[in-house]
Structure formats: structure tokens, C-alpha cells
Design a protein around this ligand. Structure first.
Ligand SMILES: [Zn+2]
Length: 72
């Protein structure tokens, strides 16, 4: 289960919460003041959506094409 970071809207305290991915966007309860906390965008998400550029260049290591559309 992934860990998400939340910040309380009332006391502004940050805390981590282990939740299923399906509940990640739902408001959480602050453990300090029982106020409502909102999820903070994690640094994991900030890395960008392009997670398949490990090999660098256009294609991947198993093909020589630049689009790499047929080998995945
Ligand atoms: Zn709070």
C-alpha cells in the first residue's frame, strides 16, 4: 500500500497515511485535532509521467525503432 502525505486544514500539521490507492484523494482525519486534511501532491508524482525513458534516446534497448510502439 502506498504512503500519502496529508496536511490538516485546521492546524496545518503534516502527516503520512498508508491508504489504498483508491482512497488517496479522499479527505483524511487529522490525528492531532481531528480536523479535515487534504492530500499533498507527492514528490513521486512530480517526477513526471514519462517513466519509460530509462534507455535514453528514442527507442528502448530491445528495438532500433524511434517510436518503440511495436515492442511493448
Ligand atoms: Zn489538525
Amino acid at each position: 500500500m502506498p504512503i500519502y502525505e496529508y496536511r490538516c486544514m485546521d492546524c496545518r500539521k503534516k502527516f503520512d497515511l498508508l491508504r489504498p490507492m483508491s482512497q488517496s484523494t479522499e479527505p483524511a482525519e487529522c490525528p492531532t485535532c481531528k480536523g479535515q486534511a487534504r492530500r499533498i501532491a507527492s514528490t513521486f508524482m512530480a517526477k513526471g509521467s514519462g517513466g519509460q525513458s530509462i534507455g535514453g534516446g528514442g527507442g528502448c534497448s530491445s528495438c532500433s525503432s524511434s517510436s518503440c510502439g511495436s515492442c511493448h
